[in-house]
Write a protein that binds this ligand. Structure first.
Ligand code: SAM
Length: 293
């Protein structure tokens, strides 16, 4: 595995194709076979698996996935990588690249269209593996999770700070609305840290691999998901304020008195800060709002 991934080989391919990496597309390519092996092992890809990748770049991760999975479908936005990927993925007839914006991609449809009927009318669960473009990490993760695509798990390279936020516990400095959103849909953990030196070009930030195992159902049941996330965003919007002040200053049209009643009815101290609440406490608040709305 990882034959494509030595620094010399990556540079040789890029130079032969006269390809210049674009910072605006988050093009930092992996040049380290060990890290690629660790990513593949973390994703636990087997020959039964349908795998999906976002941003194959020159195909170093894609080719390693193809060696393990039944099939890999990769979505790449940059058309200029077409000739490069045609060359690097030529040996793998179970790897296919679709040139599109991942943000506009319906991944269930993509898998269905490329599964040759094997996954039936109901798309089987598939595994996402990606070294994500950092400029859109959060929107991509939210696109994948809120659309409830039939993912088994996501093993993704992200900026270290973003990965820490995804997996953070209540009461910690980095716990925020991203933590709640990601943990509502998945069991999230930081799998391992990745040094800057394994990328070409070298990025300005440190990275981690996070493993997000998609839950069969959320850990809390709420009657209105949209309202739930409105409450979460409101609570974190002004972190230095008390929960009561943050909620009363939000776009949820309730007055202070009503918020006090709601918080008291669910035994949550209005003087607490939003970042101390867990997913269940946010659910209690959201589910009691309709009594006052
Ligand atoms: N997988 C390769 C690797 O590990 O070496 C490349 C990873 S690089 C960090 C991110 C890749 O995502 C680039 O190839 C970039 O062109 C692609 N990309 C950026 N924005 C995208 C989008 N909206 N949809 C699909 N791919 C995108």
């Amino acid at each position: 595995m990882g034959e494509l991934s030595s620094p010399a080989k990556v540079k040789e391919i890029l130079s032969r194709h006269n390809f210049h990496t674009k910072k605006s597309l988050g093009q930092n390519f992996l040049i380290d076979g060990n890290i690629i092996n660790k990513i593949i092992n973390t994703a636990e890809i087997t020959e039964q698996d349908m795998a999906v990748e976002i941003g194959p770049g020159i195909g170093v991760l894609t080719s390693s996935i193809a060696q393990k999975a039944q099939k890999v479908l990769a979505v790449e936005i940059d058309n200029k990588l077409r000739p490069v990927l045609a060359e690097t993925l030529e040996p793998y007839n179970n790897a296919k690249v679709v040139f599109a914006d991942a943000m506009d991609t319906n991944f269930d449809q993509l898998v269905y269209d490329n599964s040759g009927g094997k996954f039936g009318a109901d798309v089987g669960k598939y595994k996402l593996v990606a070294n994500l473009p950092y400029y859109i990490t959060t929107p991509i993760i939210m696109h994948l999770l809120t659309n409830k695509f039939n993912l088994h798990s996501l093993v993704v390279m992200v900026q270290k700070e973003v990965g820490m936020r995804m997996a953070a516990s209540p009461g910690t400095k980095v716990y925020g609305s991203l933590s709640v959103a990601v943990q509502y849909y998945t069991e999230a953990e930081v799998a391992f840290k990745v040094p800057k030196t394994v990328f070409y070009p070298k990025p300005d930030v440190d990275s981690v691999i996070v493993r997000l195992k998609v839950r069969d159902k959320p850990p809390v049941q709420v009657s209105d998901e949209e309202l739930y996330f409105k409450v979460v965003r409101a609570a974190f919007n002004q972190r230095r304020k008390t929960l009561l002040n943050a909620l009363s200053g939000s776009n949820i049209a309730l007055d202070k008195e009503q918020w006090i009643n709601i918080l008291q009815s669910v035994n949550i101290d209005p003087k607490r800060r939003g970042e101390t609440l867990d997913l269940k406490e946010f659910a209690l608040i959201a589910d009691n709002i309709n009594k006052y709305y």
